[in-house]
Design a protein around this ligand. Structure first.
Ligand SMILES: [Zn+2]
Length: 176
């Protein structure tokens, strides 16, 4: 059986282990366990590190659950457990550009303003593609649907944010 099939089989039966080193890298790059699985199920073995006396390490590059490129470095232990040594986000091959200004688009967590049926809500920690030049945001399908689901339950939102409201005609005269 080829190595990728063996790696996938351990993931399918949840026989993998994530190191705390990988956990830190994953947190920095917003990669969750389900992304590790997605990368391995969709990916290919991109590199083999064969010089390690403990056995070969493999880097698998594939897609995260939200459509980013991700890499997982792992090793199959003699016990049959797959050890996840590290994982990180990879640059998108195409280098997504902004539709409106052609700026660079980066994946970030943002406070999103979301409109739904004439109402506006703000949602923190939303994964989004953000244009570095004009700040336009793009939401992946699953993220957008989740924002809709949150907006439907807006009656359950306990926290509110307040913004200063100025009057354009009065703002420079002292009292607004
Ligand atoms: Zn832009």
């Amino acid at each position: 059986m080829d190595i990728l099939r063996r790696i996938r089989r351990t993931v399918r039966v949840q026989k993998y282990r994530i190191s705390s080193h990988a956990n830190e890298e994953m947190s920095d790059d917003e990669i969750e366990a389900r992304d590790i699985e997605s990368i391995i199920f969709t990916g290919k073995v991109a590199r083999r590190f064969t010089r390690d006396p403990r056995g070969t390490r493999y880097e698998v590059i594939g897609d995260t659950t939200d459509g980013r490129r991700g890499g997982v470095v792992c090793r199959l232990r003699p016990s049959g457990v797959l050890l996840i040594i590290t994982a990180m986000q990879k640059k998108n091959k195409k280098g997504d550009r902004c539709e409106f200004c052609d700026g660079n688009v980066e994946h970030r967590l943002v406070r999103a303003r979301f409109h739904f049926k004439g109402q506006t809500i703000y949602v923190d920690n939303v994964p989004a593609w953000v244009c570095a030049r004009c700040q336009e945001r793009y939401f992946d399908a699953a993220v957008y649907k989740r924002l809709e689901a949150i907006a439907l339950r807006r009656g359950h939102i306990r926290k509110t944010v307040r913004f200063p409201l100025a009057d354009y005609g009065k703002v420079l005269t002292g009292n607004v």
